[in-house]
Design a protein around this ligand. Structure first.
Ligand code: FAD
Length: 523
């Protein structure tokens, strides 16, 4: 007989299979000998109060052979040149669009300005040794897009975006660990993501698709009101029946190209601020309500704060427990930080973006830039932080309590940011609409989480690439650009997603809509 049992256990009980079996036997009112096998289908942690509890959904078999539960198999049929669609960008949006196109019998031609992930790793390593940024190969550009060197948190706020379980299964099929199918808050880790991205590329190529690296789209072939293909830097032209544009939020040259060509764009709300870093032990103590920290079973603790200050959201963003801060700029003269973690989340630091929501109307001095107002503002703040940091990618930093109290910092606490940080008055450097709200927000978070506001924590500037300040508007039904047929703005850069999961799901949706428009598929 097969059963699903929900157990709420202390971490020490959940950690041990023998103890777990004892609890299952008790719950099922059978002897342990009768349980022929069990596995944890879903795991979540309830850290709202002391003691922290672990909730497990466990499948058990009694008196019958246990059978493996996780059967994930995807078929990627051979596609031919009869139907070709161009996918610009090999981030989660572009790669998942390409996989879905193949499933629908359409050949994707993936065009990526950056390098394959193996070569890209070397550029990222150079950045961490404080070399100048390579504008074509960095933490945002290259195979796997911005999600490759990341924490690989996989969540989406809206289930309307698509089949989230299927998205996890595609990642699992391409090499992610089984844990992502089990954990309530799954994450992959930067040590595993590159191999998964490479496996996805191999699936695309084996099915007959194409993936071109070191190839930047510099223009579109437009006939009348329709896009017919792309122009590549260097002169080559490629035609396709449609173009899925998944270039991410850091491809400023793409927004500028569209703007120059009078292709409609819109300013949108986004957020920017700083990245804050604490010792992970301290966050464990705070979040698990235990001065002794997390113990052996519990994962590095995370947090999620948000509040309103002067009518704008202030919130933690992309928290990386047991992670490191990384230089995430894409061009010279910019200072941008972000965070990533390995699968074990085992660094001694906990970092998170702390950002302030910015609406287009918050930037009256930038209205002459029209739809690009937010982009120009974002760039100016990045340049200010660059000037106030050290050479190349050394970040401006400030002790958290000094930032909040408007004081200069002397020495900075230790940080995971490998290139290093230089003490700078970020409270003063950052525009007031960000700095003042952030300081109030930190005070509030410090009240909610005693110990959070500490001089052991440091803030680095600037966390600016949270999402795109620009939208490439599309028809909600067809997902084609409002002006141009055959152009499918996709993922985070188009303003329709935020994060790996939602960008990937948006990629799948765009692929389905392309197939429908080509008459290949009906839902
Ligand atoms: P992107 O991933 O940005 O991909 C766009 C691709 O297009 C890039 O590879 C780029 O090189 C290419 N491109 C751009 N312009 C051109 C052109 N003209 N021609 C050809 N190619 C072009 N999200 C999460 O959900 N969880 C996390 O834990 C997480 N951590 C992150 C950590 C870091 C350090 C960073 C930088 C981001 C993180 N994110 C995380 C955000 C996440 O990576 C993005 O939301 C996601 O990658 C967006 O997917 P996308 O496909 O829309 O765009």
């Amino acid at each position: 007989m097969k059963n699903e049992i929900v157990l709420r256990l202390l971490p020490s009980d959940a950690a041990n299979d023998a103890t777990l079996k004892g609890f299952l036997a008790k719950e099922l009112k059978v002897s342990e000998a009768k349980i022929t096998g069990f596995y944890v289908r879903r795991r979540s942690i309830d850290a709202r109060k002391h003691p922290v509890m672990v909730q497990l959904h466990v499948i058990t078999w009694i008196d019958e052979p246990a059978s493996p539960e996780i059967v994930v198999d995807f078929e990627y049929p051979q596609v031919s040149a009869a139907r070709e669609v161009i996918v610009v960008g090999a981030g989660p949006g572009g790669l998942f669009a390409a996989l879905r196109l193949i499933e629908l019998g359409i050949k994707p031609i993936v065009i990526e300005r950056g390098k394959p992930v193996g070569e890209r790793k070397k550029d990222v390593a150079l950045l961490n040794r404080n070399h100048p940024v390579n504008p074509e190969s960095n933490y945002a550009f290259g195979e796997g897009g911005a999600g490759t060197f990341s924490d690989g948190k996989l969540y989406t706020r809206s289930t309307k975006r698509g089949d989230f379980r299927r998205f996890l299964e595609v990642l699992y099929f391409h090499g992610a660990s089984e844990e992502i199918l089990v954990d309530a808050h799954p994450h992959v880790g930067t040590d595993r993501l590159p191999a998964i991205m490479k496996n996805i590329r191999e699936t695309i190529i084996q099915a007959g698709g194409e993936v071109h690296f070191n190839t930047r789209v510099d223009d579109f072939i437009i006939e009348g009101d329709a896009v017919k293909g792309i122009d590549i830097a260097g002169g080559e032209r490629i035609n396709g029946e449609a173009v899925i544009l998944a270039t991410g939020h850091s491809a400023r040259d793409m927004y500028e190209l569209l703007h120059r060509k009078d292709i409609q764009l819109e300013a949108k709300t986004w957020a920017m601020g700083v990245r804050v870093e604490h010792p992970q032990d301290l966050i464990d103590q705070i979040q698990y309500h235990n001065p002794e920290g997390r113990g052996d079973y519990l994962p590095a603790a995370s947090y999620n704060f948000s509040c309103q200050v002067q009518g704008r959201g202030v919130y933690s963003f992309c928290m990386c427990p047991g992670g490191i801060i990384v230089p995430a700029m894409t061009g010279p003269g910019e200072m941008v930080v972000n965070g990533m973690s390995a699968s074990g989340r085992n660094s001694p630091f906990a970092n998170s973006g702390m950002v302030v929501e910015i609406h287009p109307e918050d930037l009256p001095g930038h209205q002459q830039y029209g739809a690009l107002a937010g982009l120009v503002f974002q760039k100016e703040v990045e340049q200010l932080c660059y000037i106030n940091g050290g050479k190349n990618v050394i970040a401006p930093g400030q002790v958290l309590t000094d930032f909040v109290n408007g004081r200069l910092s002397g020495d900075l606490p230790p940080t995971s940011y490998i290139p290093g940080a230089l003490a700078s008055p970020l409270h003063f450097i950052l525009p007031e609409l960000i700095s003042n709200r952030l300081r109030e927000g930190f005070k509030m978070f410090g009240k909610w989480a005693k110990g959070f506001l500490t001089d052991e924590a440091v803030v680095l500037g600037t966390e600016s690439r949270t999402s795109s300040p620009v939208r490439i508007p599309r028809d909600p039904e067809t997902l084609q650009h409002v002006q141009l047929k055959g152009l499918y703005p996709c993922g985070e850069g188009a303003g329709y997603a935020g994060g790996i999961a939602s960008s990937a799901l948006d990629g799948e949706r765009c692929a389905v809509m392309v197939a429908q428009a080509l008459g290949v598929y009906r839902e």
